[in-house]
Design a protein around this ligand. Structure first.
Ligand code: PLP
Length: 398
């Protein structure tokens, strides 16, 4: 990619002082709005990956911007040993749109997962149970608990020993799950749709059987909704696709409209498992973060964005299916709502990189899957433009 002097200078300075823990694209972003972002040279990009799902509503949504602007002058942070009205309101909003539970607020997906694991272990401790079953190919984050729960060896390599007490079973295989549950099992954790693992969807019955098994064995069912949550699938939360309620769900990414906030949401009967002194997060649920998250819910409600997510998700899948007919490199298109993957017969990274050069941001995950996580406000024209660019890239490699 051709870089201007300014971009080059910024990157050089950056690389001297920032650790290289990410594979970064040579693009310096300066602003974003809706599904569009611009680099320091004014080049425009269409983002159909919405900042890894964080800008799930869209970039700099006017309601989020206004909520942050008006809150920032009043109160940015207040420790959790005082009451904070916005945190209470946000918990109420999450309860009303989900299963009426209670929340603990934190700052990221991994932190929400850690909270879920701690609650499950504490719940199991009275009966000597500690084991957590998760899925092969899953992704739950980079902290030690979340990493131990992640069913992909490549993320754990070099960091062993990881936490003990985790078992992995194939996603979608109920028989394997049933055989894995033991007298020591305190929880099962699953993503409603596997995201990082390559957009894998499982049938409704699988989740229903899982729920029955967990209820029957008094095992907590945790849905990691960090990627599926807050409207992405066309439902507020992914579990609502399957007609089952989890005991615990984790949220982050899209929750804050771009501002960091995560949440652990638990059924009312479990809310007393963690007591003062058991768990905390200094920044968790600050007034500023909660104001941003409340604006996200307002926008979804007022602008009917769940419907848009369903309609645009179906449209995106339809367009990808028509690309598949002309480009045999696309093996399968799958997903729900605005969480869509196109599995290829070859490595997808060069394709995602070429799309970037041509002004389209998508992601390649699990080696061969092009992943699309567009913003909930995405329009048909955006999808048409994205498909046009992808089409031209696929032509080039054919
Ligand atoms: C399902 C799921 N859980 C947890 C995480 C970790 O979230 P974070 O990066 O905010 O810690 C991710 C991140 O991609 C995720 O997709």
């Amino acid at each position: 990619m051709e870089l201007t002097k300014t971009a080059q200078q910024i990157i050089q300075g950056f690389d001297r002082f920032v650790m290289s823990t990410y594979k970064r694209n040579p693009v310096v972003i300066s602003r974003a709005k809706g599904s569009r972002i611009w680099d320091v040279d004014g080049k425009e990009y269409l983002d159909l990956f919405a900042g890894w799902g964080v800008s799930g509503l869209e970039y700099c949504h006017p309601k989020v911007v206004e909520a942050i602007r008006s809150q920032v002058e009043k109160l940015i942070h207040m420790p959790n040993n005082y009451y904070n009205e916005l945190q209470g309101k946000l918990a109420q909003k999450i309860a009303e749109t989900s299963f009426g539970g209670k929340c603990f607020f934190c700052n990221s997906g991994a932190e929400a997962v850690e909270g879920a694991l701690k609650l499950a272990r504490k719940y199991g401790s009275s009966t000597g149970r500690y084991e957590v079953i998760t899925m092969e190919n899953s992704f739950h984050g980079r902290t030690f608990g979340a990493l131990s729960a992640t069913g992909q060896a490549k993320y754990r390599e070099g960091f062993e020993p990881i936490l003990s007490g985790f078992k992995y079973v194939p996603f979608g295989d109920f028989g394997a799950l049933r055989s894995a549950v033991s007298k020591q099992t305190c929880a099962v954790m699953v993503e409603p749709i596997q995201g990082e693992g390559g957009i894998h969807v499982a049938p409704r019955e699988y989740f229903q059987q899982m729920k029955d098994l967990c209820s029957h064995r008094d095992v907590l069912l945790i849905f990691d909704e960090v990627q599926t949550g807050v409207g992405r699938t066309g439902e507020y939360f992914g579990y609502q696709l399957y007609g089952v309620e989890p005991d615990i769900m984790t949220l982050a990414k899209a929750l804050g409209g771009g501002f960091p906030i995560g949440a652990l949401v638990v059924q009312q009967r479990l809310a007393g498992v963690l007591v003062p002194g058991n768990h905390a997060s200094t920044f968790g649920g600050s007034p500023l973060a909660c104001a941003a998250a409340l604006a996200v819910f307002d926008a979804i409600e007022e602008d009917n964005l769940l419907e848009n997510a369903k309609a645009m998700g179906a449209y995106l899948q339809e367009k990808l299916e028509s690309l598949k007919v002309r480009h045999p490199v696309i093996k399968e298109v799958r997903g729900i709502g605005l969480m869509v993957g196109a599995e290829l017969t070859q490595d997808g990274s060069p394709i995602a990189e070429r799309c970037l050069e041509k002004g389209l941001l998508i992601n390649c995950t699990a080696g061969t899957v092009l992943r699309f996580l567009p913003a909930m406000t995405v329009r048909r024209e955006d999808i048409d433009r994205g498909i046009e660019i992808l089409d031209s890239v696929l032509e080039e490699i054919a």
